[in-house]
Each structure stands twice: as structure tokens, then as C-alpha cells.
Design a binder for this molecule. Structure first.
Ligand code: CBH
Ligand code: ZN
Length: 400
């Protein structure tokens, strides 16, 4: 068999589909604790992690991200009453790489080792200490021969620049993705500038994951693209947004929504919204298109179905899903059969089923993340005027 094409070749030739949200999906299935959000499931319940990888592969994902989110030693040591179970960075990252590789080999998947922001940085302990945390993870990724590295979920561009520096020493392709929106990072650095800094630090692919919905994320990516173009920098773009609609979120995204993290369900994007996301991302020039928290395999399948022509194939999971609701033609009831059209689902405005729900909430207005604690700086309520401004913005961004 010919060797698998690497990430950069695939991006140069076409589109790469990422996977979806692991901590969120596995929390709901009972294998991850919300709060610490650490991935000890790779050791405790490997079958659950393996199964989720398989479902994303079957849905069309080209990348199996090893489940190594927040798996640096400093983060793992802060798991409340579970801290006595001594899981190490090495043990968890190694197990995660094995699981991802096992499933990637069942198809044409690539394995990515992932780094994310650290309590060491957020507590202000400096570059050397922060890079030590990254290095310990990267050492395990290199030993396991992952196909590329992905630094994701960074709120401060300075920290991701330090992560990129460590990653590059491995010689592997490096993807750098920040959890920011159009307003930029938490130090006030605009989104465009963040992209330029990540690219200048040497990342091969730059972009955004988590914190905002697909359409707000693409607004951020537009700014990144404009700044990269203005600086004549050529890199690939990545988008891995939330599957939750967040038109009302402020700078820190869904973390500040009152529904985070246990009551976000009414905000979940439909598969049809993911078709729109995939098309808009592709048209913008984004070539690494995946998802983060809230993205389940059926969302990734929708991305793969939307891009089936570009990719020259449908995913395996489409055996059970005829694109644009075709399967409904086999329904016993004629009014359901009548819904087997693209137009029906594209124009539907789904109801929430909750008569007393507002479409927008008032985001909390807390301070910035510092280590694992939150410094409450101000708690001004969002004003009515601000809410109405957000509604207007949402109409234009999300068409809701
Ligand atoms: O598990 C995953 O899907 C990772 N690829 C990304 C997780 S982003 C996690 C957001 C929650 C973090 C927090 O509240 O601290
Ligand atoms: Zn996320």
C-alpha cells in the first residue's frame, strides 16, 4: 500500500476534515469530569475513547486527534478529589497516541498530538516553565510517531508562540489554533495580528477553535486571512468551532454564557447549519475544517457530505444518511416524506420548544483566566442596549 499522504500535502491538494469535541462528548457519556476536563479516560476507559475516534472516522474525519487535551503535568495535578489517582502526562499521552493510531489505521486517518494552554502560563510562571510542560507532551508524541502536532485552545498568543517554538523542534508539521473570536486574544491582541504572529513563529496552519459558533469563528478567520494577506504570508487556515450558537457571547466566548457548560443544548447547531458552515469555510479558503466542543459525529458527517464533491467521496456513515434527507422518502407518513428536500431543511427555523426561553442570554462579565482560578474583576450586568445591539449583530452574522 502506498504510504499515507501527510497533512501539508493533503491541504495543498484539497480539504482535510478534522474531528469533533472529545471532552464534551465524553463528559456526556460519563467518562470525563466537567471542570477539570482532563483526559484520564484514555487510561480508565480506553474503549470509550476508541469508539468515539471510530465514529468520527466513519463520519469522514481525516484526523484522529489523540485525546491529550489539558494533559500536561501541571493541569493533571489539579483534579480535585481525584488527584490522588496519579495519572501522569506521560501515561495519558502515550495511551492517547496508541488509541488514535489504532483507529487511524482502520482508515486513511492521520494522528495529531495536541497541546493546550497551561496553568503554568496562566499563573505567570514564565516561558521556561511553560515550555517544560509542552516539551514533556511533545516527547511522547515524537516517540509515538504522530503525523503532526496541533497546539489548540490558547487564549493568549504569547503562550501559543512558545508552544509553536517547542513543537517545531520535533520537525513535524505544526498547526496552531487559538480559542479566540473576532475581538482577538485576552491580552487585547487583534485576531489578525494573532494569525500573523503564529505564522511568523513558524506554524504551518493557523486559525481558531472552540469558544464561538461556526459563523462567529469564520468572522474571526476573515480577519486572520486579511492580516495574513496584507503581510504576504502564505499559510493554511484551520477552523474547529463550537457546535453551539453563540451570537450573544462576549470576548471569552461560550465560557461566559450562563448556560456553560451544563445547559447549552438548545444552542446546538443542526446538521444543516453544519452544511452552511462547511461551505462558507471552504469558500473563505479554509482547508482544515473540523469541530470542537458540541461537535458530534453527525456534525462531521454533514461537513463531509457538503464537501463530498471536493473530496470525491462520501463518508462511510453516509450509508445510513442520504444527503439532504433522502432517507425520509421511505417514511410511512406522507407529510414526513414531503420533507425529503434540501429546501425544507435549509429554510426551517427550528423551534426551541421552550415558550419562556429568550433567544439570547446575558453573558456573565467576569475577569480573565488566571491559573486555575478566576479573578473576578467586575460584574456589571449587560445593559438592555447592549443586548439589543447583540441581537442586531446576530441577525447579520447568523441570519437568526
Ligand atoms: O477535547 C477536545 O475536543 C479538544 N480537542 C478541545 C477541547 S476545548 C475545551 C473547552 C473547555 C475548557 C475549559 O472550560 O477549561
Ligand atoms: Zn472546545
Amino acid at each position: 500500500m502506498a504510504p499515507k499522504k501527510g497533512l501539508l500535502q493533503r491541504l495543498n491538494e484539497g480539504v482535510v476534515i478534522g474531528d469533533g469535541g472529545f471532552v464534551f462528548a465524553l463528559e456526556k457519556r460519563g467518562y470525563v469530569k466537567a471542570g477539570p476536563w482532563t483526559p484520564e479516560a484514555t487510561v480508565e476507559n480506553p474503549e470509550a475513547v476508541r469508539q468515539l475516534h471510530r465514529e468520527f472516522l466513519r463520519a469522514g474525519a481525516d484526523v484522529m486527534q489523540a485525546f491529550t487535551f489539558y494533559a500536561s503535568d501541571d493541569k493533571l495535578s489539579n483534579r480535585g478529589n481525584e488527584s490522588s489517582k496519579k495519572y501522569t502526562c506521560r501515561g495519558i499521552n502515550d495511551a492517547a497516541c496508541h488509541l488514535a493510531r489504532e483507529v487511524a489505521e482502520e482508515g486513511n486517518g492521520l494522528v495529531a498530538g495536541g497541546l493546550s494552554q497551561t496553568p503554568t502560563y496562566l499563573s505567570g510562571l514564565g516561558k521556561e516553565n511553560t515550555q517544560k510542560e509542552f516539551q514533556r507532551q511533545v516527547d511522547v508524541f515524537v516517540e509515538n510517531k504522530v503525523d503532526f502536532l496541533i497546539a489548540e485552545y490558547f487564549e493568549h498568543v504569547e503562550e501559543i508562540e512558545w508552544a509553536i517554538e517547542v513543537c517545531l523542534k520535533s520537525g513535524l508539521p505544526v498547526v496552531a489554533s487559538m480559542c479566540i473570536g473576532p475581538e482577538g486574544d485576552l491580552h487585547g491582541i487583534p485576531a489578525g495580528e494573532c494569525a500573523v504572529k503564529m505564522a511568523k513563529a513558524g506554524a504551518h496552519v493557523v486559525g481558531i477553535n472552540c469558544h464561538f459558533d461556526p459563523f462567529v469563528t469564520l468572522e474571526g478567520l476573515k480577519k486572520m486571512k486579511a492580516a495574513l494577506d496584507a503581510a504576504s504570508i502564505k499559510v493554511h487556515l484551520i477552523a474547529q468551532p463550537l457546535a453551539y450558537l453563540t451570537p450573544d457571547a462576549h470576548k471569552q466566548g461560550f465560557i461566559d454564557l450562563p448556560e456553560f457548560p451544563f445547559a447549552l443544548e438548545s444552542r446546538i447547531c443542526t446538521r444543516w447549519e453544519m452544511h452552511r458552515y462547511a461551505r462558507e469555510a471552504y469558500n473563505l479558503g479554509v482547508r482544515y475544517i473540523g469541530g470542537c466542543c458540541g461537535f458530534e459525529p453527525y456534525h462531521i458527517r454533514a461537513v463531509a457530505e457538503e464537501l463530498a464533491t471536493e473530496r470525491g467521496m462520501l463518508p462511510k456513515a453516509s450509508e445510513k444518511h442520504e444527503p439532504w434527507a433522502g432517507g425520509l422518502k421511505m417514511h410511512t407518513k406522507p407529510w414526513v416524506r414531503a420533507r425529503a428536500t434540501r429546501n425544507y431543511w435549509e429554510t426551517l427555523k427550528p423551534s426551541s420548544g421552550r415558550p419562556y426561553c429568550s433567544s439570547m442570554s446575558k453573558p456573565d462579565n467576569w475577569g480573565v483566566t488566571a491559573g486555575d482560578s478566576i479573578l473576578k474583576q467586575k460584574t456589571e450586568a449587560t445593559s438592555e442596549a447592549e443586548i439589543s445591539q447583540l441581537r442586531t449583530k446576530a441577525k447579520t452574522v447568523n441570519g437568526v
